[in-house]
Design a protein around this ligand. Structure first.
Ligand SMILES: [Zn+2]
Length: 110
């Protein structure tokens, strides 16, 4: 029974290490294997890792939570009208504006 408890604790540590690394955009098959083999060390490494900003920005862009500035290509808020990095005006294409206008109209009816 104690062996089962030890495996459960081992798995929880590995899962926690993988979850923390994934939250920082640093997860992958290699890190999952590392976490399964040495969960305590992987947990310490995951806590010490710095977030992978580029990877997290790419994920946010795919989910629609951020968009790219047309001038400097930095990830910015999709509602921004001025880029916080290069200070250029963000001009949205007419199709995007009409889509958000229609969505806003549909939401205001409810
Ligand atoms: Zn910019």
């Amino acid at each position: 029974m104690e062996v089962l408890g030890l495996f459960f604790f081992w798995f929880i540590l590995a899962a926690a290490a993988d979850w923390i690394a994934s939250d920082k955009g640093r997860s992958g098959c290699g890190f999952q294997l590392f976490a399964l083999l040495l969960p305590l060390i992987a947990l310490i490494v995951a806590l010490a890792l710095t977030p992978d900003r580029d990877h997290l920005n790419e994920k946010a862009i795919k989910r629609g939570k951020k968009s790219r500035c047309p001038a400097c290509r930095e990830a910015i808020d999709p509602e921004a009208t001025i880029c916080p990095f290069c200070r250029s005006d963000i001009v949205r294409p007419p199709s995007e504006l009409s889509a958000s206008f229609r969505l806003g109209k549909r939401l205001s009816r409810k």
